[in-house]
Unconditional design. Structure first.
Length: 447
């Protein structure tokens, strides 16, 4: 039995009773209509307040373009009705790919990305009609210390980190990415954003979460004699420079980021942590960064938490870890409540920015009611599903048609999609998607 299988609640009352027992703030609203309302976002109109968050499929073609399997995933999301579709991490240069089949946007692949955009929009129009136009955001990334462009680790690190270096057995003299190369990477983001605009995306995300390269600069307290480390204004420089440069290069497109509001790695090796209590979260710097992003023209962002390669339960509360993974000490509801609390704090501190919140997938069929309560209270603007959408791409259409999620279609938080990605296999839901059920036995091996 999964470690937390007994917490798969049979009723909303049982869920809320458990939250009260644990002393957690889990809001709940039975009227879900707010999620189906149209919403203004950075001058654009979303058909609803439901988002698909980026989940890598590791199924690019041989040159990094979207394959038929990739396009199938996004056609399903579009037909499923989500108002915002956040397309998965796409590398801006070859040494920054997280696996050999990660998407990679170049002059030679921009045509296949345009095909992805066209097919996604066509699927939405066919199912919903011309008035339903989902916003398409492409996530741009450099994987930094988690780069595996040929399938084996090729870490590019910003600073040494005693919590993360052991993941790849990095020696103390492993070189840091120099400032000059960071400036070159910044320019690669800008070039990729221009290509994304040519492909037809509404905007791009400068990925700043989960310990990847831009994210790691935010935590580079110990990076000395660098424009991109040490004091706060240096650590946020790469992200802000990139955002400003993208806005200048593609003025008609949106620019945003998916931000880890806190890494939950002890200070001074994590962002959003308390210098006086190294294991405690401190949102002072994340709030200051969000204010700077707003000044730079960012009008919405997606929040996440933690570094999945280190402690995955912070970002994705689960019932079952990946095979051979560690079972966390905390109840999954504690992880959900952390997501909700931090999203609320960021949203209330920056009302000029629309926050897309996460952490709802573990709640299964009760996720919409918790999300509706968050939106109705002004604690978040849009609710997002990552692995939940991978399992259940029709979640938005079922909510609009039936007023609820189908309990037989929701994510089971079994972590097998994460396991497939770690094994660099093509990623899908082995529980719900017939295309991937043949991978179930292999994925469960060793579980």
């Amino acid at each position: 039995m999964a470690p937390h299988a007994r917490f798969r609640f049979r009723s909303a009352e049982a869920l809320l009773a458990e939250a009260r027992r644990l002393g957690l703030d889990i809001p709940y609203k039975e009227d879900l209509s707010v999620l189906s309302e149209k919403a203004g976002l950075a001058g654009r109109e979303l058909p609803n307040r439901l988002a698909v968050l980026p989940m890598e499929g590791a199924d690019a073609d041989s040159v990094g373009g979207p394959s038929e399997r990739t396009r199938r995933r996004y056609r399903r999301y579009a037909a499923g009705g989500a108002g915002l579709i956040w397309v998965e991490a796409t590398a801006v240069r070859p040494d920054g790919r997280s696996n050999p089949r990660q998407l990679y946007l170049t002059e030679s692949t921009v045509g296949s990305f345009a095909k992805l955009v066209d097919e996604t929009r066509a699927a939405a129009q066919k199912e919903w009609g011309g008035a339903h136009r989902p916003l398409l955001i492409l996530q741009l990334t450099h994987s930094g210390r988690f780069s595996k462009p040929e399938g084996t680790p090729r870490p590019r690190i910003i600073q040494h980190n005693p919590h993360l270096d052991p993941l790849h057995g990095l020696p103390p003299d492993h070189p840091l990415v120099p400032d000059g190369e960071l400036e070159s990477i910044r320019d690669d983001f800008v070039e990729a954003a221009d290509l994304a605009s040519s492909a037809g995306f509404d905007g791009v995300d400068i990925k700043a979460c989960h310990g990847y390269l831009v994210s790691e600069t935010l935590a580079a307290h110990d990076r000395e004699d660098s424009r991109y480390g040490g004091p706060f204004e240096n650590r946020v420089r790469l992200l802000l420079e990139t955002v400003r440069s993208v806005r200048e290069e593609t003025p008609g497109r949106l620019v945003t980021c998916r931000l880890s509001a806190t890494d939950l790695v002890p200070f001074p090796f994590g962002f959003g942590m308390d210098p006086d209590a190294p294991n405690a979260v401190d949102l002072a710097e994340p709030k200051a960064l969000v204010a700077q992003l707003a000044k730079a023209g960012v009008r919405f962002l997606a929040l996440s938490l933690g570094i999945p390669a280190w402690k995955p339960h912070y970002g994705r509360p689960f019932d079952r870890p990946v095979p051979e993974g560690r079972v966390p000490d905390e109840h999954p509801l504690e992880g959900v409540a952390r997501h909700l609390r931090i999203a609320s704090e960021i949203q209330l501190a920056a009302p000029q920015i629309a926050v897309i919140g996460a952490g709802y997938s573990w709640l299964r069929a009760y996720g919409p009611a918790v999300g509706a309560a968050m939106v109705a209270a002004g604690r978040t603007a849009v609710i997002g599903f990552g692995r939940g959408a991978l399992a259940y791409p029709d979640f938005a259409v079922d909510l609009a048609r039936d007023g609820r999620f189908d309990p037989k279609q929701v994510c089971t938080t079994c972590s097998l999609c994460s396991h497939l990605l770690r094994r660099q296999e093509r990623v899908g839901c082995v529980v719900r998607d017939p295309l991937y059920k043949s991978a179930a036995a292999a994925a469960r091996k060793g579980a």
